[in-house]
Ligand binder design. Structure first.
Ligand code: NDP
Ligand code: 8X3
Length: 250
């Protein structure tokens, strides 16, 4: 029987590429995001390959999360694979100059949002003693870099939650994995720099950054291992990057 994957943050970047990769590999999809037009455009493309349901909600608001997930039609209610991917950095400022609104967006989206979605989906996995959760962390969750402060804190939290899930869900036969990418060329920097496209572009210039499809391929590899194999923690850099601050640019 075909499996169903629930992907948050599917309107762009890693989530969108993962949806496309999964669709071409016969996985049914629930795709989520706030931008409904982007969800609908992607749905049209994915429907060429698989069954798709779209859910529009903001992960920061638990009522929206619960309502959306409770609204899933019967065909999509059983979630085999949860990809906790939605998230962003907002700003790149010193701790003394950072904006509280940016901090709220990162803590609420990257941490609480991941929790709200997980809380709504984990019970069915526990009941079935079956399921896979992939948490998209970041190298920012392994290493703090200058001005990364709150974004890094949010991804350190994802790293901790991944370990917590792995421990608590162990007796329920549920696989849990975190993937921690380095620099991936997506809308991430556009969001971080609040639409300053030129500034965002320079992040990915002078070397070959990871592409969203690279991470999608790895996520698919992780979830298609035999059930007794759980890849728990994976750091992925572009070849040109050796740490959060060491980048071999031309
Ligand atoms: P994008 O900006 O391209 O995608 C982010 C996705 O998250 C969008 O689909 C967006 O959808 C969704 N999203 C953001 N905030 C919310 C919210 N409050 N509610 C619902 N959905 C939300 O970035 P990436 O694809 O690069 O990022 C995906 C994940 O990968 C993030 O967790 C990021 O931290 C992580 N990551 C990215 C790296 C990079 O260098 N790009 C490196 C390491 C990790 P919408 O706006 O439609 O709601
Ligand atoms: C995104 C990668 O280096 O901007 O998580 O933190 S980085």
């Amino acid at each position: 029987m075909r499996k169903t994957a629930f992907i948050t943050g599917a309107t762009s970047g890693i989530g969108k590429a993962t949806a496309m990769f999964f669709a071409k590999n016969n996985i049914n999809l629930v795709i989520c995001g706030r931008r409904v037009e982007k969800l609908k455009t992607l749905e049209k493309e994915l429907l060429k390959y698989t069954k798709v349901h779209t859910l529009q909600f903001d992960v920061r608001f638990k009522d929206q999360v619960e309502k959306a997930i409770n609204s899933l039609p019967d065909d999509f209610k059983k979630i085999d694979v949860l990809i906790n991917n939605a998230g962003n950095a907002h700003g790149l400022s010193s701790i003394q100059e950072g904006s509280i609104d940016d901090w709220d967006a990162m803590i609420d989206g990257n941490v609480k949002g991941l929790l709200y979605v997980s809380k709504s989906i984990i019970p069915q996995m526990v009941e079935r003693n079956d399921g896979f959760i992939v948490n998209i962390g970041s190298i920012a969750g392994k290493e703090v870099y200058p001005n990364g402060n709150v974004y890094c804190a949010s991804k350190f939290a994802v790293n901790a939650l991944n370990k917590g899930m792995r421990l608590d869900l162990n007796k329920h036969n549920i696989r849990v994995c975190a993937i921690h990418p380095g620099l991936v060329e997506t809308e991430f920097s556009d969001v971080r720099f609040k639409g300053d496209t030129n500034k965002a572009k320079t992040v990915y210039q002078g070397y070959k950054a990871l592409q969203a499809e690279d991470i999608a391929d790895i996520i698919h590899f992780v979830i298609t291992r035999p059930y007794h194999v759980n890849i728990e923690d994976l750091i992925v850099y572009p070849t040109a990057q050796a740490s959060a601050t060491v980048l071999n640019k031309n």
